[in-house]
Design a protein around this ligand. Sequence first.
Ligand SMILES: Cc1ncc(COP(=O)(O)O)c(C=O)c1O
Length: 388
Amino acid sequence: MKYNFDAVPNRRTPNVLNKWTWYPKDVLPMWIADMDFPSPPPILDALRKQVEHGVLGYEDTPKTLLETVAARMAKLYNWDVSPDMIVVIPGVNVGYNVAARTFCTPRRGYLIQTPVYNEFHEARKKTGVPQVEAPLVKKVEGNRISYEVDFDAFARAVRKVGMFLLCSPHNPIGRVYSRMELKRMAEACIKNDVLIVSDEIHSELLLGGAEFQPMAALSREIANHTITLTSASKAFNVPGLFCGFAIIPNKKLREKYKETVIKMGLHVASPGLTAARVAYSGKCDAWLKELRKYLTTNRDFLLEYLLEFMPGIHITVPEATYLAWLDCSELKLEPSPYEFFLKKAKVGLSDGGKFGRGSKQFVRLNFGTPRRTLEQGLSRMRKALRDH
Ligand SMILES: Cc1ncc(COP(=O)(O)O)c(C=O)c1O
């Protein structure tokens, strides 16, 4: 291994509010979706160079950056994206909120598949359009859980909305959807003239042998109905730089989308552009390969640990992301597993209740951290359960 993911800097920096300073010092944070590892060296070098230059003036997006993004899509997925299809946005959350503002109405809102990323639920408040849910179906096998799309529920729900907000790969369940599943969802959307907004921010964070299929790369017809949102922020761990891309092959949709971006005065700060350029250039691919291996080992360790020491917790087997979805229903922890583990184990997890109705007995655990931190968190949880 060329890169050492066991060695990380202390993130308890004075006057900085991040996941390590959010809670009191005795809490181990395993919640918000960033990793404790430094970003890849080529990105850090480029950012250093930018700062050392000394002038941090206004910058716009060079065409070469859009070409780099398009080339990455071609290289990874054989997906033919042209630079003029790409709109630069200050992050993926902004990206789908812009889409909801542009394409939804007070009568036709957006569809989500629950449980899903907590911020998807916030779009309703942020944009004032209604939210419709097509819950995923949970399957249980031993202490493992998995989720499937209920296509009947999906077909009923999609009739009521203007936009389907897909999370692919899925946060928090870690699923990488198959081509068949994506196709069936897309067909239902197209049939009902519903725009697909595919949040693919976790697409390069694949575990084990998982392979990712972008929704829009399935066919020209699907591409024509889809806005793909992506970013280097998750895989290359630069989420604080807020830079993302909306890939919109359909010119009419793109022009409308761009109009909202301009009206809202949305800009990306220059370090975000720099990081994206370097991340997508291929210079960080060796780092990413090792990161995925490290995360896969962390995932496997977590699965084994739970099975052996906390079998009452049921867990997904994430195929992507560094997030695990833990079902604690069997343990009946009061007032909720989130509060139990925060107070009794001093481990700060994400509260399942924020990911959708019926998820209060779940927590999301971030394993994008050195193995020893993961071990420490799990051992605190185990002890708290033993004492309970
Ligand atoms: C599915 C998903 N979309 C979007 C985001 C946030 O993206 P950004 O920071 O680019 O707004 C996250 C962060 O956790 C996420 O998991």
